[in-house]
Ligand binder design. Structure first.
Ligand code: TRP
Ligand code: SF4
Length: 325
């Protein structure tokens, strides 16, 4: 019996390099060893973006395209839209009844987002319950493992706690603990050195043209101590260098040597990085273009995925209702 994986992404905008190295490339590998269920979690997107809800539909399509172009294979994995499987909301309701408010109010991710995000009003009932729906996503498929970024660890812990609380209240051993699978890739920063994020407008998107990539890379911050070409550089303090480490490990030795001996100019170094990124993304972008030619492909993949996901979800939810009522 293969173990099962569930993971999800919110369709809130274009996918960028951070999604690729932080999640997608890992998902693609996991498909070989696990039964994977990958959800485009549109209810979660609505929780944060309810004032801009129309964008979600377009984003779902783009996200599905990016996933398939990156190598997510609908023959191997279930790919679906969360709202197409209403059982997520039913289980969310059940978990809402038994999740103590304190667990949600104490959640560090929640507190951080309330503090950081000032452009949207997130003081809502739904947003407080964000991790409850996430627990429903995972436990509906009785997933053994969940590939996620580090920022999501508190949500996985809450998922385990909600599962255990269910078991305890109904005196069953129904949900097992799920484990987090953390991606080993170091987190890529945005071109301005802050966390890569659509809201900071500092990301290199998977669908960016050659010109976009070159322009963004040219604007990247480098070693702040290096002012003149004759100053020696400190690669470990340079964001450009960290991109080399991720996208061209073979080149790092040369870049390091030349930079620390002031034999390499930052302008050239960036030009070279832009070429590497363009080359890296080109197979994905070509595949994206060819997938796009088949107008029904994404719709068909998502409706087939919803059918398969729903069959699993209905089975679990049926058992859960037996336990409760
Ligand atoms: N909260 C996750 C994020 O923002 C998205 C998500 C929703 C998710 N449900 C999930 C991730 C279930 C893993 C498993 O990245
Ligand atoms: Fe960074 Fe390259 Fe400039 Fe060195 S040469 S500081 S690695 S951009």
């Amino acid at each position: 019996m293969r173990k099962r994986i569930f993971s999800g992404m919110r369709p809130t905008g274009k996918l960028h390099l951070g999604h690729l190295v932080g999640a997608l490339s890992n998902w693609v590998k996991l498909q070989e060893a696990y039964d994977c269920v990958f959800g485009i979690v549109d209810w979660h997107a609505l929780m944060g973006e309810y004032e801009n809800s129309k964008a979600i539909t377009e984003n779902i399509y783009e996200m599905a395209l990016d996933w398939l172009a990156s190598g997510i294979d609908p023959k191997k994995s279930i790919v679906f839209i969360q709202s197409h499987v209403p059982e997520h909301l039913e289980l969310n309701m059940i978990f809402s009844c038994l999740t103590p408010l304190g667990w949600l109010e104490r959640n560090p991710t929640y507190k951080e987002q309330l503090r950081e995000i000032t452009t949207r009003d997130l003081q809502t009932y739904g947003f407080l319950g964000y991790p409850v729906l996430q627990a429903a996503d995972i436990l509906l498929y009785k997933a053994d493992a969940v590939p996620i970024g580090e920022d999501q660890l508190p949500h996985i812990e809450l998922t385990r706690e909600i599962g255990r609380r269910f078991n305890h209240i109904f005196q069953v051993e129904f949900f097992a603990d799920c484990e987090a699978i953390l991606t080993k890739t170091p987190r890529l920063l945005g071109v301005d050195g802050r966390k890569m994020s659509k809201s900071y407008n500092n990301a290199i998107n998977l669908s960016d043209s050659k010109e976009d990539i070159l322009a963004k890379v040219k604007n990247m911050f480098t070693d702040p101590k290096r002012i003149k070409l004759s100053d020696v550089g400190h690669p470990h303090e340079c964001n450009v260098y960290s991109y080399y480490e991720v996208f061209s490990p073979d080149a790092t030795e040369t870049v390091f040597k030349e930079c620390t001996k002031a034999q390499r100019g930052c302008t050239d170094c960036k030009k070279c990085l832009a070429d590497i990124l363009i080359k890296n993304l080109s197979p994905l972008q070509e595949k994206r273009i060819s997938l796009e030619k088949d107008k029904n492909l994404i719709k068909d993949v998502l409706s087939d995925g919803a059918k398969k996901a729903r069959a699993l979800a209905q089975e679990t939810l049926g058992q859960i209702k037996e336990i409760i009522f």
